[in-house]
Write a protein that binds this ligand. Structure first.
Ligand code: COS
Length: 388
């Protein structure tokens, strides 16, 4: 399919693909096995300028948008979504500053993030506040010119490895979601430590930890935007980053399809390559249809967001939910095509199937995405003429 990419977009895709083929594919099994953060690969992505794709040139970025970033995420994910979440997670951490930060905060933090010298991470989730994001308990109390933070964030992507954290805290519990605020906390700030590194089913190259705040003091200047907008910051950021999960999903699906087709061409049973059997062809055909449909939706959502459209929640959620459901199905089917070999760690589809599951969970479960879409439909159809 030709998506009529610009020359720059084609270049981003090709460069990312080359790094994925040469650096990530040979390393992915070991990174997964050892649960090792892929610093060497991050350095290659940084020296190729890919870490700065979605930041304005004035802050050291390449001036691209959601689409350019997603093209890179897709290609990296074809090889390994454990690595691609390390790449994309820093964007999630940086977006609150990019969208809502002051000029001073942008100048202070974005050049280091865009160059890949420092990684960022986003801290929203807590033990008792996952889908119910406005139920967070971590508090920040103003004391003179400093906020004093107490509480624990859970399952934070990039935890321990990132230097810059954008953390959602409660500054006024009595106001519910309107009492949340977003603060920047740097690694090394006294009172800010990391909990245990989680042992995960998939995306094991990435680091997932707790962020523990115990009377951690940060300057009042680290407040992003103004007090009380932390929940809106989170929602707006997630609206822009969820297509990135879609991009991970289409890259992963493509990787699984590539492996399944190659295997089916080689593997002989009953004297013939198994790809000559219609039962196998139909599975591969469905995998290809679903992957292409997901790609078309993710690319359209990215272009819609980059057009400056305001009401992006619905398409963003659609691109995430559809592609991640596709990735789950396609990776399960890839294991099926490879049969017993697919179940073994010698082939990459076993890891792909384990990796796929998180796509239906993080950045908002697929049930939450359907809620978002449902709520948007209710708003859209309110007051419309009855067309039955
Ligand atoms: N953009 C701007 N504002 C938004 C918004 C969006 N996308 N979504 C909600 N808001 C606003 C609402 O308009 C409302 O504003 P008012 O207080 O002025 O009325 C406010 O935010 C609260 O919205 P709502 O009542 O819909 O919030 P809920 O507590 O019901 O939660 C969901 C809404 C479930 C959609 C939200 O909590 C969510 O996205 N949860 C999943 C979180 C997630 O993705 N976690 C993953 C971890 S982060 S990697």
């Amino acid at each position: 399919m030709d998506y009529f990419l610009t020359e720059d977009q084609k270049m981003i895709k090709e460069l990312s693909r080359q790094i994925a083929d040469e650096k990530i594919m040979p390393a992915r099994a070991e990174l997964d096995e050892k649960e090792e953060f892929p610093w060497e690969i991050i350095k290659v992505l940084a020296s190729s300028d890919l870490m700065g794709l979605c930041y304005p040139e004035e802050y050291g970025g390449l001036g691209g948008g959601t689409f350019e970033n997603c093209l890179a995420v897709e290609e990296i994910s074809r090889a390994c979504i454990g690595v691609s979440v390390c790449f994309a997670g820093t964007g999630l951490g940086a977006y609150p500053i990019l969208l809502f930060g002051s000029e001073d905060q942008k100048k202070r933090y974005l050049p280091d993030i865009a160059s890949g010298r420092k990684l960022a991470a986003f801290g929203l989730t807590e033990a008792n506040a996952g889908s119910d994001a406005s139920g967070i308990q971590t508090s920040a109390v103003l004391d003179g010119d400093e906020y004093v933070i107490n509480g624990t964030k859970q399952w934070i992507t990039g935890g321990g490895e990132a230097e810059i954290y954008t953390v959602i805290v409660m500054t006024d519990k009595s106001r519910g979601s309107r009492g949340a605020s977003a603060l920047i906390v740097e690694k090394g700030t006294p009172g800010f430590t990391f909990g245990i590194k989680e042992k995960k089913m998939g995306i094991r190259a990435s680091a997932t930890t707790e962020l523990v705040f115990s009377n951690c003091r940060v300057p009042r200047d680290n407040l992003i935007g103004k007090a009380g907008i932390g929940f809106i910051v989170s929602m707006r950021v997630l609206d822009r980053t969820r297509p990135g999960i879609g991009a991970q999903a289409i890259g992963l699906s493509q990787g699984a399809l590539d492996t399944a087709v190659s295997y089916a061409r080689e593997r002989k049973q009953f004297g013939k390559p198994i790809i000559s059997f219609q039962a196998v062809q139909h599975m591969l055909a469905d995998m290809a249809i679903q992957t292409e449909a997901a790609r078309a939706l993710v690319y359209s959502a990215c272009r819609f967001i980059d057009s400056g459209a305001k009401n992006i929640s619905k398409v963003s959620a659609m691109s995430k939910v559809f592609s991640s459901d596709v990735a789950m199905k396609v990776t399960v089917d890839a294991v099926q095509v490879l049969g017993g070999y697919g179940y073994m760690r010698d082939y990459p589809v076993e890891k792909m199937m384990r990796d796929a599951k998180i796509l239906q969970i993080y950045e908002g479960t697929n049930q939450i995405q359907r809620n978002v879409i449902g709520q948007e439909l209710i708003k859209e159809y309110a007051g419309k003429k009855d067309n039955r």
